[in-house]
Every structure is written in C-alpha cells, then in structure tokens.
Ligand binder design. Sequence first.
Ligand code: NAD
Length: 491
Amino acid sequence: MNDYPMYIDGGFCEASDGGRFDSVNPATGLVWATAPAATEEDVDRAVRAARRALHEGEWATMTPTQRGKVLFRLADLVEEHAEILGSVETTDSGKLAVETRGQSAYVAEYYRYYAGLADKIQGATLPIDKPDMHVYTLAEPIGVVAGIVPWNAEMLLTATKAAPALAAGNTVVIKSSEEAPAPVLEFARLVDQAGFPPGVFNLITGFGEPCGRALTSHPLVSRVSFTGGADTARHVVVNTANNFAHLSLELGGKSPILIFDDADLGGAVNGAVAGNFGASGQSCVAGSRVFVQSGIYADFIDEVVKRAEAVRIGDPLDADTQMGPLATREQRDRAEAVIAESIAQGATLHTGGRRPDGFDAGWYFEPTLLACPDQDIRSTRVELFAPVMSALKFETEEEGIALANDTEFGLGSGVFTQNLARAHRVARAIHSGIVWINTYRAISPVSPFGGFGQSGYGREAGLDVMHEYTRTKAVWVNTSQEPMANPFVMR
Ligand code: NAD
C-alpha cells in the first residue's frame, strides 16, 4: 500500500483533519494507494502559500532566466523518472504503461518548451499618438493559478497548466483527481527536488466538494485552468463568479473522423482505431463518430471488426497489451447501458459490447463497433469514455461535413483523404479546435489544444497561451520639460 502525502508550501503533509481516501487499481478492482483528502483549510493554506511566494521571497525576485532554469531542472527530473511516473499512472488509472511511460518522458518536453519561453515574454513600446509621452506595456504574472485535472492524463495535464503558468512567473496550486490521485503525488517528489522556492508549486488531492470548490472560488486565486467534464465546468464557472478569476475550460467531446472513398484504407482504419480504442477510448479527443463515405464503408466495417477482435486486452503494465481496463466501474456500466439503448434504437452491433471472457476482476471492456443509421442513436451523442466506435455512412463531401458539424461539441476531428484540396477544404469547414489530416491523436507543446462550444474555451500549449498567464500593464511617462497641465481636461 502506498500512502502518499500532499505537497504544500515546500513540504509534504497530511490533510488538516487527517482524512484520506482510497485509490483503486482498475486492473484488479483493489485498493493500492491512499491520498490525503484536502479540506477547505488545506486549500486555503496552499493558496496563501502560493500568494506569499508570488510577492515575497526568492521566486518574486528571480530573473525570468533563473525561473526557466528551475523548470529545465524539473524537466530533466521528469525525464529521468519517466518509468516510475508512468508505472504509477498505469496502476492508478489503468492506462497502458507503454503509453504512460512514453507520455511521462514527453511531458518533460512541455516543461522544456515553457522553460525556454520564461525569458522571452515581452511587453511593447507603443507608438503613442500624444506628444511628449513614452508609453510601454509590462507582461506581468497574472497571480495564483489553480489547475484542476481529471484522471485520464494527469501528468500531461498538470504540465499543460503548470509549465506556462510558472514560466510566466506565477505560482500554482494543482488539484489532481480523486479517481487517480497518485501520479501527481509521485511527481511531487520531483517538484521538491527541482529547487522551487516554498509555495511556488503546490500539489493537493481531494474531492470536488470541498477541495475543488474551495480552490476555484478562493479570493486569492486569479486564474483557473480546468480540465474535466461539462457538468463540473458549470460549477467552476459559478465558483469563479466569486473571485473573477480568468478561466479556461478544456472539456469533453464527440469528435468526428471523416473518411473519404479516396483515403488510404489502412491509414484510415488506424486513425479510427487510435481515436476509439487507444487509451481504451478514454480520451477527450476520442474520435467516436466515424463517418465513412459509401464506396469504402463495407470494407471499413470489415477491417475494423478484424482489428477490434485482434486487440490484445490485458494487464496495462504488460508491454504487449494493447488495451487495458476502463478507469472506473461506473464507466463500464454506462458504456453497457448506452450500447443496449443504441441497439434498441436501431444501431447494429458488429463486434464487442461486452466484458471480455476471463477478466472477472477489473473494469475491462471489449473494443466495440456500432453501425448507426443516423445521429438520433444515443451512442453518437454522448461522450462515453469507453472503446465504443459509432460508424455512420455518408455520400457527398457536403453531407459528411454537415453530419460532422451536427454536434454541440468541437474539440478534435480527423480527415482521411488523398485529395490535398479536399483535406484543406474540410479542415476549414469543420467546427473543432484541432483537425488531424491523415493522422489522429497527435499532440505537442508547440501546438494549441482546446475546443469550441461544449468542449470549452481557452487554449493549452502553444506560444499564445502565455497571454493567458500574464496580465498587461500600460505605463505612461511624461517626457516633456513642462509640469502636467490643466487637470480638468483629459489629455
Ligand atoms: P470531472 O469533471 O468529474 O472531474 C474533473 C476534476 O474536477 C476532478 O479533479 C474533480 O475533483 C474536480 N471537481 C469536481 N467537482 C468540482 C467543483 N465543484 N469545483 C472544482 N472542481 C471540481 O471529470 P473526470 O471524470 O475526472 O474526467 C473526464 C472528463 O475530462 C471528460 O469529460 C473528458 O473529456 C475531460 N477531459 C478533457 C480534456 C481536454 O483537454 N479537453 C482532457 C482530458 C479530459
């Protein structure tokens, strides 16, 4: 059993009331770790520590270059410990170790990207339209940043929030998910070694109520970066009415993949498999509505069935496994219920839809393909967070685009075609924050990530996000020899 502490103000600690909660290994259904259940008092302590570190002490007086060096050190530590970070994430969330270990190593690149930006955040000298005035802007840290992360990519999503925030000179309180608290607490050991002054980088664990609520509504928090579900996001929007914190929301999706007759079938099937069965479908960018042009529809269905039935389901820590369990029993039960409802509405089950034989423990589920006559079928509308692909047939490009855009979400999308002009035409026409052409589920610190509509607003990663972690101050300097003139007339 691993009894992890939290990390507040440069020290490892318990919850103020000693409360802890269990974390279950989804591959076994058994408790393998416990974490502190942060109270409102703990949240307040973490936010006050972050606020102190922002204005007093070493972090406040460090040059941006020095701050960047601390982030570079953290990146090296993350890379060195990628194996253990990945293993902990796998044991806690059920995601494949081959993915979590690789992703942990790649998370180092997020810290490096923003470490390098720390001393490149600039204000401007303005060509002001008034004589004898020198006006410039400062890009200041925005304040204490609260990051709320879900369970499905904790190391990565902690980095997409903390790395730009810290590079801009802010201080941070990250709350990890109650479903998988361990990765962030394992990571706390590296934060402790990296050399951040106390209070700069705090990592807490707990439930939405009281911990998430107290953090996002805290009067000393200036910026909230939230990743999670839309219903929770609605609470967070209300919470930030208390502190007027700037807010970004990275929510879910029901992302479309459009496959045209002229696509390379093998590549398109790989894209659809990656978008639906990768990470057992537990990805915010899961491409779970797959629109296939009629000419290759039958071949596509046959190919996906073959691929789905060959998927190696098993222990996510095993290097040969291709699909591990779902993270929670509730998700598996929900997938079963939505599949049953979709079949009753007229969908055809081509493969999967059940728990695999021989997996009595853990929340395993077979890769599933449903052919859907239209988007009145429930599986085409709700985010399932399970390996369930809904395939639909279309005839023309216009029809495919219209079907793809018939959604309240707008996070990811995929286009598979060999026709260059069509690829770019469709990319423009699709309403989503990310479009992948002849590929799927690729990410980078260099490329903005985020959605439209019910998928949220604001962006993570990329250069532009630095504006979301700084505040602009305009400084006016009177450069004339004369004292200030008539005080009753605006200059
Ligand atoms: P969730 O909304 O249940 O929880 C997310 C986080 O919010 C958790 O840490 C939770 O403790 C916290 N929370 C709960 N109530 C709160 C409150 N009142 N105030 C503040 N925080 C509160 O989501 P989940 O089930 O952990 O994650 C799955 C969801 O996350 C899916 O919808 C998925 O699409 C989304 N997601 C989005 C992205 C993206 O980048 N767009 C990435 C990963 C996951």
